[in-house]
Design a protein. Sequence first.
Length: 117
Amino acid sequence: MRHLATYLLLKLGGNENPSASDVTTALSSVGVEADEGRLSTLLKDLEGKDVETLIEEGSKLLATFGGGGGGGGGAAAAAAPSAAGAGAEKEKKKEEKEEEEADLGGAMDMFGGGDGY
């Protein structure tokens, strides 16, 4: 894919017929090593063909694939908690936080911090 992308960029830049050397030089200028086997196969496949026509034909083929599912539907909104449930939920979160703080204090002790920090 990198070879084709580089070839197309060279064409876009005005090089009517990029050679293997042109593609290799462009790739190496950004620190990418060219695969000579794949590059020669690509150039052989493109030899004598108009790239713009190939892109146009390929675009028509892509259109026949159709679209995907488009992603799933949105999640339903969560129900608002009741007033009684909200108080219980706050208490539960407070207890969990206290437990976490207690656990962190003990873990910090093993590094020599007597006060947990």
